[in-house]
Design a protein around this ligand. Structure first.
Ligand SMILES: [Zn+2]
Ligand SMILES: [Zn+2]
Ligand SMILES: [Zn+2]
Ligand SMILES: [Zn+2]
Length: 179
């Protein structure tokens, strides 16, 4: 995962190339990988592309793990430039006023007391603390409602009268067709 876009101080001033083509978040320069087409990926996002389309979403070039290098090795000065991007604390919505370069944000946030502020998940309504938000987003019981969760079929006696009739009719027709 990249850096929360809402915590970047002046996002309009940044080059599009600083953002991962998959999650569209600012890459962490110390972890980012640079593909052969020179685009920057978070590690899990590169793994995702390699295991699916193998094509860079920006330009369609072939993306492989063997041809991708850590940004700090392939282009150290670009890594340093991205590290200097000025960001808010990840918990600034809980009231922290810290601002500083991206390269210092992780260290700040791990000790920031605002990370322990209570927040409520806007999907499931459970109260968590701010620093658990990313982890919770992956475990939230409401995260994938429309696709994954199977709907349990209602038992016949729970159905309203009309649907019960329809169901009996359908079962009856299926029985006739089967014979
Ligand atoms: Zn990404
Ligand atoms: Zn590319
Ligand atoms: Zn903070
Ligand atoms: Zn939730």
């Amino acid at each position: 995962m990249g850096f929360d876009n809402e915590c970047i101080v002046n996002i309009q001033s940044l080059a599009g190339e600083y953002f991962c083509p998959v999650c569209r978040l600012l890459v962490y320069p110390s972890e980012a990988l640079q593909s052969q087409c020179t685009h920057l990926y978070c590690k899990p996002c590169l793994t995702y592309v390699v295991s699916t389309t193998q094509a860079c979403p920006y330009d369609g070039y072939l993306v492989t793990e063997a041809d991708s290098k850590l940004l700090v090795e392939s282009n150290k000065s670009l890594a340093e430039t991205i590290g200097k991007v000025i960001v808010h604390c990840l918990f600034h919505r809980s009231g922290c006023t810290w601002q500083g370069p991206l390269s210092e944000c992780t260290a700040h946030c791990s000790g920031c007391a605002f990370g322990n502020s209570p927040v409520v998940c806007n999907r499931c309504g459970i109260q968590i603390i701010h620093r658990q938000v990313q982890e919770h987003a992956q475990n939230c019981p409401e995260r994938q409602l429309p696709v994954i969760r199977p709907r349990l079929p209602l038992r016949q006696e729970q159905l309203p009268f009309r649907s019960r009739l329809k169901l009996q009719l359908r079962l009856h027709l299926e029985k006739i067709q089967a014979n």
